[in-house]
Design a protein. Structure first.
Length: 211
């Protein structure tokens, strides 16, 4: 009887050890799988804003050719094709064609954007940090961006904050003095910030790609 009890305890213990040793591996495999699966979608609000972006040190490759543009629309994974250094296309405007996000964004990280030039000659995937508003560094736009940067640099970007509200109004005032070809987009972005009540929605606001 004692031998049977000892044998039963040994079997149960071994089973428990086996369960504990395999369970974490299964969970890890699931996490890795979920984190690498991307969902490519269209974002009409970003796309319709047009060719207003500049590429700056992208996280991915800039491909050359319409065939590569069509292939790039389908996958954010790098592929073998003709590419070009981003420094050689600094004066070409791009627009957002697609967005790629993971099913579990908290695990995967920042969304990626597929951008292309108007003639579709140049295209590629990159994160927000690889893009900027084309006119961001003009003298007139700096008057808009400086007060926005002050808000970003504070602990909270809520427009309920008195200092933030004052700086936001300064940005609005400066935006109204912009040339017509720039004013429309900037006002659209600022109105979105006003609606949100803060500057936290950076992945869906082209003006905030700069920060």
């Amino acid at each position: 009887m004692k031998f049977k009890k000892l044998l039963l305890i040994t079997v149960l213990t071994a089973g428990s050890v086996a369960f504990l040793s395999t369970t974490p591996k299964q969970a890890e495999a699931t996490t890795i799988k979920d984190s690498t699966v991307e969902k490519i979608t269209s974002n009409k609000n970003l796309t319709k804003q047009g060719y207003v972006l500049n590429v700056k040190d992208p996280s991915g490759k800039i491909y050359v050719g319409k065939a590569n543009y069509k292939h790039g629309l389908k996958t954010s994974e790098p592929f073998k094709a003709k590419t070009i250094n981003w420094k050689k296309i600094k004066n070409i405007k791009f627009r957002i064609e697609k967005m790629a996000t993971a099913k579990k964004a908290a695990i995967f990280g920042a969304p990626q954007y597929f951008v292309a030039s108007k003639d579709k000659k140049y295209s590629g995937w990159t994160t927000r940090s690889g893009l900027s508003y084309y006119f961001a560094n003009t003298k007139a736009m700096k008057n808009v961006m400086k007060p926005l940067k002050r808000i970003i640099d504070r602990d909270s970007s809520s427009l309920k904050n008195a200092k933030n509200k004052k700086d936001f109004n300064l940005a609005l005032k400066a935006a109204k003095k912009l040339p017509a070809n720039q004013r429309k987009l900037v006002m659209l972005s600022l109105n979105q910030i006003k609606k949100d009540g803060n500057l936290e929605n950076r992945s869906k606001n082209i003006l905030l790609f700069e920060f």
